[in-house]
Design a protein around this ligand. Structure first.
Ligand code: TRP
Ligand code: SF4
Length: 334
């Protein structure tokens, strides 16, 4: 059975962008693969090193969102990154195999560097060694369980390419040790925001969270961006430029063809259309929120799931690292 590794930074609750961008896919794949899902607290600290409480609290929120979304602890090992010190060790060995200029060329890093400079000043002081190196530690996450497949969103593809380069170089120098991990993009690798932004993202403040209540969801949907040329409820409009229509599609509204033709013919008002969408999202999230509630009421069970997931991952990482040390001639007293 092939091995999957994937995960998220615990910096906030998960939203519909996470769900349709990756969670839905993971839930499906977990039955056919040996699945490891990491809660990347070490990586979250690269940007939040001065806010450890935020990271700690969100480890639990993300775990609850995973379980709510349908990650099955019998099928998947959900684990906490910092509890696998083998990852830190492998990160150090990997750090010799990548140049600083290559790290700066990584497109996702480049984008984040520009963002940081804009926020914190152009002197480069906000670009830490840890931040620049996080794709190396991500390569170590993947290699520590010798994953074959990494399901990710679009912004992670450069990190995967970098992981493949590092692993290839390692295998060439020290002998065949790791699988070359393959990125798998989900059907919808990037989910747009209800406001028409290219991405649903916490920093853009345009998210519907899996745990949002009915009132919040309705309010957010009522503010969504529609076809700006439609001024009256019987004006014909173009659903292809309407975020409400985009979300009707995502959520798989069974009446999608009616929505489309009524909108085009001017037989559908936007308020009506938005109310229908809000109802559908609430309905869609109901089983997810019921599962979340189940686990919120049972914190000991969540702890046990995280502990067991972490133990299973640690066992695998120990096996892999034994081979790494042998191949690197570091197995001194074996
Ligand atoms: N970088 C990923 C994110 O920001 C999280 C992550 C850390 C990850 N290590 C990983 C994803 C390994 C896939 C594989 O969401
Ligand atoms: Fe969008 Fe619906 Fe209004 Fe058409 S009727 S523009 S699909 S909200």
């Amino acid at each position: 059975m092939k091995t999957i590794l994937t995960g998220d930074r615990p910096t906030g609750r998960l939203h519909l962008g996470h769900y349709f961008g990756s969670l839905e896919n993971r839930v499906k794949m977990q039955y056919d693969y040996d699945t490891y899902i990491l809660i990347a607290d070490v990586q979250a600290l690269t940007d939040n090193f001065n806010n450890p409480k935020k990271v700690r609290d969100n480890v639990r929120e993300v775990a609850l969102d995973y379980l709510a979304a349908g990650i099955d602890p019998k099928q998947s090992h959900i684990y906490i990154q910092s509890l696998i010190p083998e990852t830190a060790e492998l990160t150090v060995y990997f750090s010799n195999l990548v140049s600083v200029s290559r790290l700066f060329r990584n497109p996702t890093t480049k984008f984040e560097v520009a963002q940081k400079k804009e926020l914190f000043g152009n002197d480069g002081e906000s670009i830490t060694y840890g931040f620049l190196g996080y794709p190396v530690s991500q390569a170590a996450d993947i290699a520590c369980v010798n994953a074959n497949i990494v399901p990710v969103g679009e912004d992670q593809l450069p990190h995967l390419e970098q992981a493949r380069e590092i692993v290839r170089k390692f295998n060439k120098i020290y002998g065949d040790t790791f699988n070359e991990p393959e990125a798998v993009l989900s059907k919808n690798p990037r989910i747009k925001g209800l406001d028409g932004n290219e991405k649903m993202s916490k920093s853009l403040n345009n998210c519907i969270y899996l745990s949002d209540d009915e009132e919040t969801i309705t309010k957010k949907v009522m503010d969504a961006k529609t076809d700006p040329n439609k001024l009256r409820k019987d004006d014909p409009a173009n659903p292809d430029i309407c975020m409400v229509y985009y979300y009707h599609q995502l959520i798989k509204n069974p009446n999608i063809e009616d929505v489309c033709s009524e909108c085009k013919k001017g037989e559908r008002g936007c308020v009506f259309c938005k109310k229908e969408l809000a109802r559908n999202i609430i309905e869609f999230l109901k089983p997810i929120q019921e599962r979340r509630k189940y686990y919120e009421d049972r914190p000991d069970e969540v702890d046990r799931i995280l502990k067991e997931g972490t133990e299973a991952t640690k066992k695998k990482a120990e096996e892999v690292m034994k081979r790494v040390r042998e191949n690197m001639k570091l197995d001194y007293f074996e």
